[in-house]
Design a protein around this ligand. Structure first.
Ligand code: ADP
Ligand code: MG
Length: 298
């Protein structure tokens, strides 16, 4: 299937700071795509580039399979910085102004948007009376004007209390159910794990891994083993039960199992009974946290 967004070899420097270095990945249609990485890893820079707010130094990106155009822009809603809402105006009046300035949506769609972000009952209250979570929901509402297919959110739960965070995460999942493709930056592993279907992990401007969350962020046991004949080892291991994937890593063959399930003795016996003498057999347990720690720390 054609990806909604494909990013190819994007690089960007600010003076001698390399904010992005040759980053490539694809965002599938209908994904909730998490851009995960610590502060300073280049998330906001990438979102700004794909929104044409910043120009990259190198590389290209395509939305909906074609280069950017005004038509394309209308299909993308975004929340990069908190919009400057007027504190003394209501939610409705604030969105009317946003709609007029951006040319997205109309009065009817403002009501629809307020229902989606669960502010309809409070639509005539002044912005200044809203909780932080409500303010953020209104900001997401502004991104929803004009009913775009794709939504970009930069750290949408930053600064919120636990209730506000839960509300925003629910809202994002709800929007995904309605068929929107969502790209969101986050520095929180557990947020991406809870909300996203796909992830790209960034560290200091470099892409470390990208793909479905259940592959990239899997809890797993990794068994590394080697034998005199690697090809024979691989061919007999292919029939060993419970393996989720197998990779070659230098002199080792790596076999992956769900966390806590690698049967070391059984693997050893199985190899021997099939005529292979294993000369190394090592278990590495990876929890999500250690994996993320490895990925994002030096
Ligand atoms: P993130 O959103 O992941 O926290 P950013 O994209 O904001 O990361 O920043 C990536 C790197 O680029 C950081 O080292 C940051 O300090 C630097 N950077 C970002 N914006 C600017 C700018 N306008 N001028 C100079 N350096 C910047
Ligand atoms: Mg940022």
């Amino acid at each position: 299937m054609e990806p909604i967004l494909s990013i190819e070899g994007i690089s960007k420097s600010y003076g001698n700071i390399k904010a992005l270095q040759n980053v490539s990945y694809e965002v599938p249609k209908g994904a909730v795509f998490g851009l995960l990485g610590p502060n300073g890893s280049g998330k906001t820079t990438m979102l700004s580039i794909i929104l044409d707010i910043l120009k990259s130094d190198a590389g290209t990106f395509h939305w909906f399979g074609k280069p950017g155009s005004p038509d394309t822009r209308k299909r993308i809603g975004s929340l990069l910085e908190t919009p400057n809402f007027y504190h003394y105006l209501s939610a409705v009046d604030n969105l009317k102004i946003t709609s007029a300035i951006s040319g997205r949506g109309n009065d009817q769609s403002i009501d629809d948007v307020l229902k989606i972000v669960k502010l309809y009952e409070r639509k005539n209250s002044r912005f200044s009376t809203y909780s932080l979570g409500m303010k953020q929901r209104l900001a997401i509402g502004a991104a929803l004007l004009g009913n775009p297919e794709v939504l970009l959110f930069d750290e949408p739960t930053n600064g919120l209390d636990p209730v506000g965070i839960a509300e925003i995460r629910e809202l994002i999942k709800e929007l995904a159910k309605q068929g929107k493709t969502i790209i969101m930056a986050s520095h929180l592993l557990d947020e991406v794990e809870k909300v996203c279907t796909h992830v790209a992990i960034m560290k200091r401007g470099k892409l470390l891994a990208a793909g479905p969350v259940n592959e990239v962020l899997a809890n797993e046991d990794i068994v590394e083993l080697s034998a005199a004949s690697r090809s024979e080892l691989i061919s007999i291991l292919e029939n060993f039960p419970g393996i989720t994937s197998m990779k070659e890593n230098g002199n080792f063959v790596q076999i992956h199992f769900p966390f806590g399930t690698a049967p070391m003795e059984a693997i050893n016996r199985y190899c021997f009974e099939n005529g292979i003498v294993v000369n190394q057999l090592i278990l590495k347990k990876k929890s999500l946290e250690t994996k993320f720690f490895e990925l994002t720390n030096d």
